[in-house]
Ligand binder design. Structure first.
Ligand code: ATP
Ligand code: MG
Length: 448
C-alpha cells in the first residue's frame, strides 16, 4: 500500500511543478482588510451566543461519507451531486469533506452521549464544502455559523433560535432581512401530503425537469425546493403541507408564532418552504434578503426531531439553523452597516537601528497595557530607512500617533509623541515627550 501511494505522489509532483499554483476554483482566500469583517462578525456572534447560553462545539471537517448519506437523505442535491468524497488511500475508508455540520454535531452528540443529563445548546463556525457552480454568494468552500438546540422539544427553542438570529441581524445593523416560516408537520402527515403531491405532479408530467421526474416517487417533497424557474408555476399550485397538519403540529406552529408575535418579529408563512435536507419536521424557516440576487437566503433552519435517533442515538428532539458567512458579509457590504476599523494607536519610527532594543522594550510595555502599536520594519537588512519613508508608512498605517525614538530624545531618556491625525494635527500641536521608563503615562496619552 505504502509503495503504491508513494509512486502516485512522485508522478503527481512532476506535473505540479509545471502548473501555476493557484487556489482551487470556488475556494477563496480571505485577505486583509476583508478578514477584519470576518473577525468582527465572528466576535459579534460569540458575544451573542454567550448571552443566549449557547456553547461552542468543534467537530472534524472530514467525516465518514455514510454520515451525510444517512443524515441528509440520499435523494438530496447535496448527497446526489455536491459532496467532495474521496477514499482514504491508506485504509480505503470512504470520506467526505463536510457539506454542512448538523450531521457532524449530531454524530458528536451521540458519540459522547452529550444529552445524558439534559438538552444542550451548541454553536459552531467553520468551512463547508459543496461542489456547486461558483457564482456570487455560491462557492465550493464556504463558511457557516450554526446554532443547534438538542434534546428540547418545545416551541420555545424554535422561537429562541429565531430570536437569536434576529438579534444577530440587529447587532450587525442589517435591516433588509425578512423571515419566512413553514411547518413540515410529522412523518404521518407528510405521507398523506406526499400522495397528493405525486398525483399533482403526475398531472403535470410534461413540465417536470429531469431532477423532478427522478424524484417524483423517491422524494417528491424535494421537487418543491427546485430552483428551476420553469417549474415555479407547477410548484406554486402544488398541494400545501399546512393543509395536512393535525392538531398537535398546528399547536406547535401556533406556539412558535405567538412567541414571535409577542417579540415583534415579522414573518410571512411560505407553504412551499421545505429546505434542502430530508431531516426536517415541524418548524422550518429561512431568512431572506432582496439584495443578493438569486443567492438571497442568508440563513436557514428548522426542527429535526428524528435525526438523533436515526443516526443511532437515543431518540431526542432538536432544532437548529445555519447561516452563510459569505452571504451575510456581502449583505453587510451592500448595507450601510459600518464595520469598526482596526488601526494601530501608534506607529514607532527610529532614525537609527541601535535604538531598537530599548524602543522595543517600551513597545512591549505599551502592548501589555492593551494598546496596539506597530513597529516600523525595514524591507532589507541594512538599516531602518529614511525618516521620511518611515513617516509615510506611519501615515499609511492609519495610526493616530507616531512614536519617535530620536537620538536626542533617547539620550534624555525620552520618546517623542507626534499626532498624525485629526484636530491635534491640524492645529499643529507640537510633539510631546514621555519618559521611556514610564509606559503607564504614555499609554494614558495614547488611549483614544
Ligand atoms: P441554496 O438554496 O442557496 O443552495 P441551501 O438550502 O443549499 O442554500 P443550506 O444547506 O440551508 O443552504 O445552508 C445554510 C446557508 O448556507 C444558506 O442559507 C446559505 O446562506 C449558505 N450556503 C449554502 N450553500 C452555499 C454555497 N455554496 N456558498 C455560499 N453559501 C452557501
Ligand atoms: Mg444548495
Amino acid at each position: 500500500m505504502a509503495e503504491k501511494s508513494s509512486a502516485v505522489t512522485a508522478e503527481k509532483l512532476t506535473s505540479v511543478k509545471a502548473e501555476k499554483l493557484t487556489a482551487v476554483k470556488g475556494m477563496n482566500d480571505i485577505l486583509p482588510p476583508d478578514s477584519a469583517r470576518w473577525e468582527w462578525l465572528e466576535q459579534t456572534v460569540r458575544g451573542l451566543m454567550a448571552r443566549y447560553a449557547y456553547r461552542n462545539i468543534r467537530t472534524p471537517i472530514v467525516e465518514p461519507t455514510g454520515l451525510f448519506v444517512r443524515g441528509l437523505g440520499e435523494v438530496t442535491d447535496i448527497v446526489e451531486k455536491e459532496m467532495y468524497c474521496f477514499e482514504d488511500r491508506l485504509n480505503g475508508e470512504q470520506l467526505t469533506l463536510r457539506p454542512e455540520n448538523t450531521a457532524g454535531v449530531v454524530r458528536a452528540v451521540n458519540e459522547h452521549n452529550l444529552l445524558y443529563e439534559g438538552g444542550k445548546r451548541l454553536y459552531y463556525m467553520g468551512p463547508m464544502f459543496r461542489h456547486e457552480r461558483p457564482q456570487r454568494g455560491r462557492y465550493r468552500q464556504f463558511h457557516q455559523i450554526g446554532a443547534e438546540a438538542l434534546g428540547f422539544g418545545g416551541a420555545e427553542v424554535d422561537a429562541e433560535l429565531i430570536l437569536l438570529a434576529q438579534s444577530l441581524w440587529a447587532s450587525l445593523g442589517l435591516t433588509d432581512v425578512r423571515l419566512e416560516l413553514n411547518s413540515l408537520g410529522q412523518p404521518d402527515e407528510r405521507k398523506a401530503h406526499r400522495a397528493a403531491l405525486i398525483t399533482h405532479f403526475e398531472q403535470h408530467a410534461d413540465v417536470l425537469d429531469e431532477d423532478a421526474k427522478r424524484r417524483l416517487h423517491s422524494n417528491p417533497l424535494r421537487i418543491l425546493d427546485t430552483k428551476n424557474p420553469a417549474m415555479q408555476p407547477v410548484v406554486a399550485a402544488a398541494p400545501q403541507l399546512l393543509d395536512f397538519l393535525g392538531e398537535a403540529s398546528l399547536a406547535h406552529f401556533n406556539a412558535v408564532r405567538a412567541i414571535l408575535d409577542a417579540n415583534g418579529v415579522a414573518y410571512s408563512i411560505n407553504p412551499r418552504l421545505v429546505r434542502g435536507m430530508d431531516y426536517y419536521n415541524l418548524t422550518v424557516f429561512e431568512f431572506i434578503t432582496t439584495q443578493l440576487g438569486a443567492q438571497g437566503t442568508i440563513c436557514g433552519g428548522g426542527r429535526y426531531d428524528y435525526l438523533i435517533g436515526q443516526m443511532g442515538g437515543k431518540p431526542a428532539p432538536a432544532v437548529g439553523w445555519a447561516l452563510g458567512v459569505e452571504r451575510v458579509l456581502e449583505l453587510l457590504k451592500a448595507s450601510s452597516a459600518s464595520v469598526p476599523e482596526a488601526s494601530p494607536d501608534a506607529y514607532a519610527v527610529l532614525p537609527d537601528a541601535t535604538a531598537l532594543p530599548q524602543a522595543m522594550q517600551l513597545l512591549q510595555a505599551l502592548r501589555a497595557q492593551g494598546l496596539c502599536v506597530q513597529m516600523h520594519a525595514s524591507p532589507t537588512a541594512d538599516g531602518m530607512g529614511s525618516m521620511k519613508s518611515q513617516f509615510k508608512k506611519a501615515d499609511a498605517s492609519g495610526a493616530r500617533f507616531a512614536l519617535v525614538f530620536g537620538q536626542d530624545e533617547m539620550a534624555r531618556g525620552e520618546v517623542g509623541l507626534k499626532p498624525l491625525r485629526g484636530e491635534r494635527q491640524d492645529t499643529g500641536t507640537q510633539q510631546a515627550f514621555f519618559r521611556l521608563d514610564d509606559a503607564a503615562t504614555l499609554a494614558a496619552a495614547l488611549r483614544p
